[in-house]
Design a protein. Structure first.
Length: 255
């Protein structure tokens, strides 16, 4: 471990102001930042993550609303078999701007990948060195934590492991969080702490987004539960989204 970098207050104040770069604006995801998106079953979280991956890799507005910086993206999927997930990506790609993707988007499917042990972090570091992603999107969180999301010790292992990679490579991380139980009501996930069972992930993340089902089929309300770096009211960024099973796309709706 390197020695701590210690500076006097005089040195800090004398430094030129450093510009903070954001990969998704306004202040949603910074270089080396963290974002958690969560919600109940069937709230389009995986498709939301694919939307983000393509937008960043292609340099297009996320959901048609939020400016992005062109980024290299690694999408790590841990829930579905590779053929099934590939079918999702093919369907989405065919309906994304009517063209084949040109950006640097890399995908991995691993149903046994674990983040709460050193080996998983080591594997992720190998991928970072090889593909140099600016952003890693992990879908989904509970499948990569063997000890359970509500276990504080395991949660801290995940956070410390990710932070070691963020500090070393300035890689941003987006975690998609699905509930374990399949028949719970959406109201149980009104707060991220209800989903995880402890506040560590919420305290750690720069930005927390909740995706909520509505009474209208495939209509999702996206609300910002936390924006550590926001310079505006977080409620001003909330938006209603309409999903389409035909195109696998999520688009804003103002109806």
């Amino acid at each position: 471990m390197d020695n701590l970098k210690v500076q006097s207050i005089q040195e800090i104040l004398a430094m030129p102001e450093q510009k903070i770069e954001y990969l998704i604006k306004p202040q949603i995801l910074s270089v080396g930042g963290t974002l958690i998106s969560y919600g109940a079953q069937e709230s389009w979280k995986s498709w939301w993550g694919i939307e983000m991956a393509f937008a960043l890799a292609e340099g297009h507005k996320f959901l048609g609303l939020f400016d992005v910086k062109y980024s290299r993206v690694l999408l790590l999927q841990t829930e579905q078999s590779e053929p099934i997930y590939r079918k999702r990506l093919v369907k989405f790609s065919q309906n994304y701007n009517s063209s084949r993707p040109q950006g640097a988007l890399f995908c991995a499917t691993d149903l046994t990948f674990q983040l709460d042990n050193p080996l998983g972090i080591a594997y992720l570091e190998v991928a970072i060195k090889r593909y140099t992603p600016d952003v890693i999107i992990i879908d989904n969180l509970y499948h990569v934590v063997a000890g359970g999301l509500g276990d504080e010790k395991n949660g801290l292992r995940v956070i410390h492991g990710i932070d070691s990679l963020r500090e070393k490579y300035s890689t941003a991380f987006v975690l998609l969080a699905h509930p374990r139980k399949t028949k719970e009501e959406d109201r149980q996930y009104e707060d991220i702490e209800n989903l995880f069972g402890w506040s560590g992930y919420k305290n750690w993340a720069d930005t927390v987004v909740r995706l909520s089902k509505t009474e209208i089929e495939d209509r999702i309300f996206m609300s910002f539960q936390k924006g550590k770096n926001f310079e505006q009211e977080k409620e001003s960024l909330n938006v209603m989204l309409q999903g389409s099973k035909r195109t696998a796309r999520l688009v804003p709706t103002f109806q």
